[in-house]
Design a protein around this ligand. Structure first.
Ligand code: UDX
Length: 478
């Protein structure tokens, strides 16, 4: 008698928002779950998928973006990362011109139609979807999951500190700055006191980014729809805060995902990386280079670029600077950088950041403190100069400086409008590279690197949380 056909692996569908800061942790989680024997479908809108460098270029260009599943991620039969897409009616160029608030609506309209069709398709193929993982910017995914009677988790891609701050704001559980009292401190359980310019800036009454707050807070209105919040952090990093959040919400810290996920699909870069930056780093002295990057969205003003350039030159240190014109200037605008900048440093538009931060030549990281960059700095053991611009970045900067004690803060609050001078840039670079304070930050950074590695090792807190999540999905699917 023929042996019974093997059960198809559990099938988890990840639905990702089209931003680099979301794609990276989602792809990493996809790899991680596949390595635990799950079939994972990574779902995103088509016009963004066409730009993802993890997809072979012939397929990115093809009319019908149909991909062979990646099967190298796991030895389990059928377990792998697959891709699927929903058509947003745009191409790679026109999607860039859709304002963010309209993009949110477009994704919701097209995604709400497409996801049930995908779910039906997979059921017909004998690989029914057992669980959704939604994105904090796509709270409607949990509604779709509920109507299809499929369990839904969410991957929170920012810190637990930001999560609890948004949660308390949404549920009116704490006092926040108001138009009448703009400088009020915010006091939350398990957290250090936050000054008015240390809470995620979208929550401040003077913020010009109202709809972003609405988008993020949407997740909190849908929290009852998700059975668990997977969080891109690790227990030792935010112990007390995670402890408190666990009292009102099922939270599973699974990070740093970039360290835990044995990458087989990826990276999901939307931009082409400079192909000589690692070679250039190889030619520099160990622990000498300042790496500067403001992530994937933030563009600093022309005037700020000039101050940054002079500060870097004045520091006398070699530097690798990822810099692009701001959104308002347009991607082809001239950077207007001073003459002679290239003598000590290398200026590029995009780098493989994990490899750069892991390079022995890099001594410190000037960062805008996006949460991915923050965790990549922590997991690489590199001290930072924190130069936050908006959103959760200001909160991350506070934690990097005052709680994790691996960096100094450059500028305060929402720095879009405030110029940080060349002297301030130089002063911060000195503080983080020379003297006893710099030594202390290096030691702290090395300690956090060890903690991060321990969290993702077998038996570590994040590894255990991923295993328990997989078990939970298994139980829910029987
Ligand atoms: C966004 C928000 O701005 C941020 O506040 C939030 O915490 C996450 O979502 P982004 O600004 O792009 O993210 O910053 P970040 O979170 O640091 O993510 C950027 C990603 O791009 C990182 O994973 C980084 O490694 C990668 N990157 C950046 C590169 O690979 N190469 C580069 O040259 C620059």
């Amino acid at each position: 008698m023929a042996p019974p056909a093997p059960e198809p692996p559990l099938h988890v569908m990840l639905v990702c928002f089209p931003g680099q800061g979301h794609i990276n942790p989602f792809l990493r989680l996809a790899n991680l779950l596949a390595s635990h024997g799950l079939r994972v479908t990574f779902t995103i809108n088509l016009s963004t998928a066409r730009k993802m460098k993890s997809l072979p270029s012939s397929q990115r260009r093809s009319q019908e973006l149909k991909l062979e599943p990646n099967t190298s991620s796991s030895s389990h039969s059928g377990a792998a990362v697959h891709f699927d897409f929903f058509d947003d009616g745009h191409d790679e160029e026109s999607i860039k011109r859709v304002p963010l608030d309209q993009l949110m609506t477009l994704l919701e309209q097209t995604g709400r139609r497409a996801l049930p069709e995908m779910v039906r398709k997979y059921a017909d193929q004998g690989s029914p979807v057992s669980c959704f993982v939604s994105n904090p910017f796509l709270p409607w995914v949990s509604d779709v999951a509920a109507t299809l009677d499929i369990p839904c988790a969410v991957l929170w891609i920012q810190s637990c500190a930001s999560f609890t701050t948004y949660y308390h704001f949404h549920n009116k559980l704490a006092e926040f700055p108001t138009p009448e009292d703009q400088e009020r401190d915010v006091v939350l359980p398990g957290m250090p006191v936050m000054k008015h310019d240390e809470i995620p800036s979208f929550l401040h009454p003077t913020t010009p980014y109202g709809f972003l707050a609405t988008a993020i807070l949407g997740q909190f209105a849908h929290l009852d729809n998700v059975f668990c919040v997977l969080m891109e952090t690790f227990e030792r990093l935010e112990e007390e805060i995670i402890g408190h959040v666990s009292s009102f919400c099922k939270v599973r810290p699974v990070g740093p995902l970039w360290l835990g996920a044995k990458a087989s699909v990826g990276p999901g870069d939307l931009m082409e990386a400079d192909d000589d930056c690692i070679g250039w780093l190889d030619r520099q002295e160990p622990r000498s280079v300042v790496y500067v990057s403001m992530g994937s969205i933030v563009g600093i003003s022309a005037q700020q670029r000039v101050e940054m350039a002079h500060g870097l030159m004045g520091s006398g240190l070699p530097f690798l600077w990822v810099v692009r014109p701001s959104h308002e200037e347009g991607e082809d605008a001239d950077l207007g950088l001073p003459e002679g900048l290239g003598e000590r440093g290398k200026v590029v538009r995009w780098v493989p950041q994990e490899a750069v931060l892991g390079h022995v030549a890099v001594s410190c990281f000037v960062t805008h403190c996006g949460w991915n960059s923050t965790l990549e700095a922590i997991g690489s053991g590199k001290p930072v100069v924190a130069f936050p611009q908006w959103g959760d970045q200001v909160t991350d900067a506070k934690f990097l400086g005052e709680v994790f004690r691996v960096g100094v803060r450059m500028g305060r609050g929402d720095t879009w409008t405030k110029l940080v001078t060349r002297e301030e840039v130089e002063r911060c670079l000195r503080e983080v590279t020379v003297g006893p304070r710099a030594e202390e930050m290096r030691e702290n950074a090395a300690r956090w690197k060890r903690e991060a590695e321990a969290a993702v090792e077998e038996g570590g807190s994040s590894e255990r949380n991923v295993r328990e999540f997989v078990e939970e999905v298994k139980k829910k699917s029987v």
